[in-house]
Design a protein around this ligand. Sequence first.
Ligand code: PMP
Length: 400
Amino acid sequence: MPMPFARRLDQVETSAIRELFKLLGKPGIISFAGGFPDSAMFDVDGIRQAAEAALRDEPGAALQYGATEGYQPLREALAQFMGGKGVQDMAPQQLIVTTGSQQALDLIGKTLIDPGDKVIVEGPTFLATIQCFRLYGADLVSAPIDADGVQVDRLEQLIVEHRPKLVYLIPTFGNPSGATLSLERRRRVLELAVQHQTVIVEDDPYGDLYFGDAPPPSLLALSHEVPGSRDWLVHCGSLSKVLAPGLRVGWMVAPPEMLARATMCKQFSDAHTSTFAQATAAQYLRAGRMPATLARVRAVYAERAQTMGEALRAELGDAIDFVPPQGGLFVWARLTGARGQVADGNVFAQRAIDQGVAFVPGAPFYCANPDHATLRLSFATAGVEQIREGVARLGQALAG
Ligand code: PMP
């Protein structure tokens, strides 16, 4: 007797990427496929001390049920963290703690999306957002991007044409594109929100992972420059990529009514994010360890990004095209098909696996009209030598 699954599940397919991940268990594979930070970089000592302090100083709170909105000392520490990143007048009650930013995305879907609603996302965008919003019945529309992020003129046309419930953007070091929205375009996006009364979701798990100059301020930080825009803005943050994803600590900043409804939905989902993880994160932030951690993580990823960029130029030459990343975890590249070489990301990924190196083809990251020539290569988890070796194998896969 088949289980009577809900019809909403018909909207989502198990991803092509998951199929590829099955092959990663092959011995000796060098992986550029994951979306993970490097576990060797976790500040284990700092997190241990923070966890011990939580159990020593506040064991009742750290192990008891807690408020759905989040553990107050963590909300305060996160508000201060955001304040340090240029967000003016950031009060703890303007954010709720979520179980990773992934839960914030789910709460956004739950509170805003009715079946059939139009939602604009970047082409390409974060795969789990595509899947999550589709579960709520969203009809996704793809807005094109270039090296400066989403193309705002086109975005405005799409907003006028489709009247979307919301526009979902990863403005800084996008996953998978690595692209960062320029300052001028950020202002335009905020103006569009007010002009067209459209919710803008800013998903920002990578903004702190910059290699050289800091990226432009977040939409949230800029919102005070554009009157009324804060009323349309939902911002998602996360400690996953800068501290540790296993903590599952994220947060969502939104207008009060939205926050109240999201809190209600969260209550029926996980009641609250792990109080132990929240108390640990709060202790960690309060101990002032974050700046040193960020500096260390940025330096390591910067070196790996540069190594990968140089190796790709040397080994693959004109066979691929990419913009060297300025932050985040990914190189987003496009096969050019020059001199009759392979131009399909999926075909190239299979050949690469045969040579002992893995990455993900880019097509699944599009909700519509996929560009099959694209690839996403993560430089986060392999060391510099492994990156050189892995890219050399890509060169062999190209020739083979
Ligand atoms: N948004 C984006 C763009 C991501 O890349 C990720 C993680 N890969 C998430 C959200 C979710 O992260 P977490 O739930 O760990 O905060």
